[in-house]
Ligand binder design. Structure first.
Ligand SMILES: *Cc1c(COP(=O)(O)O)cnc(C)c1O
Length: 362
């Protein structure tokens, strides 16, 4: 078996041990004579998986009792629509901090059902190359919530200090950096993340909701879309994608084995440090378009002197068994998605290859 080094942006690489564990018990889950795929979402076997997944996330992110872990389908994109539908009352407005393609989408969905405004931007000369600092935000004290994207997967920027929204609930799309380091969950009204980057496979979205916010959900919203329905039913109001939740559980077990969120941060800073180090030591060849303070630890992006050379690097990396480094089609260049599961040794291998490439082609 030859597994490649996978820098895909999402769905993304998973720890090999997690995949092997799932493979081992795929046909007969814990001696029950059937696959977990075949178990009822209301049975005792799945219930244990469900509980463990939630409690592992609670433990790893130190989630306080004021908040609940919920699971939903539809990806982060469904949340772009559902956040305003749930958390913005009639006549209220919501604030959005603009830092890239995903926040653009979130804002445009929010505008379909009510008022939403830009409360700050990371755009410089038409390009999202940074995240705005606190002093650059123009927050509306009466807003229903403040929304931001903690890691901008496509742009390669990341918030290292989270916005302070005061009394207004803070809502974060953490799809591409949830659990990359320890965070203070109490500062957030809602965190949401599609699982397929840092938590597991595609098919499930994790929400961490401050429970009191469920009380403000408009009764005009169909029940199936209300966070309150998830809260009241432990996310089991209808058939949950059981297997993706189970895979998230396995990934969370792996994170704990590695030493938890603090160990993830150390590991992630080491990997990103290797890539940015390579870029900065050779500014004539590599160029990171992102301001240093806003650089992402999850999805570093960079350019080479020409698009031709970028194509050549992508091809040489592929020939060496490294895939997924092509930048998003909207921005081009190179992107190395180095989520929690990416092994530091694999990043080192890529850095070595890119360094040699620069030497040959510079
Ligand atoms: C990938 C991504 C999304 C889109 O997620 P889907 O699950 O495909 O809807 C949204 N926001 C961010 C920050 C992402 O990285």
């Amino acid at each position: 078996m030859a597994r490649v080094i996978n820098f895909n942006a999402g769905p993304a690489t998973l720890p090999l041990s997690v995949l092997e564990h799932a493979q081992k018990e795929f046909l007969d889950f814990e001696g029950t004579g059937m696959s977990l795929l075949e178990h009822s979402h209301r049975g005792a076997t799945y219930a244990k998986v469900h509980e463990e997944t939630k409690s592992l996330l609670r433990e790893l992110l130190d989630i306080p009792d004021t908040h609940e872990v919920l699971f939903m389908q539809g990806g982060a994109s469904a949340q772009f629509a559902l956040v305003p539908m749930n958390l913005r009352g009639s006549g209220e407005s919501a604030d959005y901090i603009m830092t890239g393609a995903w926040s653009d989408k979130a804002l445009s969905e929010a505008k379909i059902t009510g008022d939403a405004r830009e409360a700050g931007t990371g755009k410089v000369d038409g390009h999202y190359i940074r995240v705005p600092g606190q002093s650059e935000l123009a927050l509306d004290r009466t807003a229903a919530y403040v929304h931001f994207t903690s890691n901008n997967t496509i742009m390669g920027t990341q918030f290292h200090d989270y916005p302070d929204s005061g009394e207004v609930p803070l809502v974060a799309d953490m799809s591409s950096d949830i659990l990359w380091r320890p965070i203070d969950v109490s500062k957030f009204g809602l965190i949401y993340a599609g699982a397929q980057k840092n938590l597991g496979p595609a098919g499930i979205t994790v929400l961490i909701l401050r429970k009191d916010l469920a009380e403000r959900i408009p009764k005009t919203l169909p029940k199936i879309f209300r966070y309150k329905t998830l809260l009241d039913n432990d996310s089991l109001q209808n058939t949950i994608p059981t297997f993706p939740v189970y895979m998230v559980r396995n990934v969370l077990r792996w994170v704990r084995e590695q030493g938890g969120a603090a160990a993830m941060e150390k590991r992630n800073r080491q990997k990103a440090g290797a890539i940015y180090g390579m870029i900065d030591e050779n500014p004539d060849f590599f160029r990171c378009p992102v301001e240093v303070e806003s650089r992402s630890m999850m999805t570093p992006v960079f350019r080479l002197p020409t698009e031709e050379l970028e194509k050549k690097l992508i091809a040489e990396a592929a020939a060496a068994g490294m895939v997924g480094i092509k930048g998003h089609r909207s921005v081009g260049g190179i992107r190395t998605s180095i989520y929690n599961a990416t092994e530091p040794a694999d990043v080192e291998k890529f850095v070595e290859l890119a360094r040699a490439f620069a030497k040959k082609n510079g």
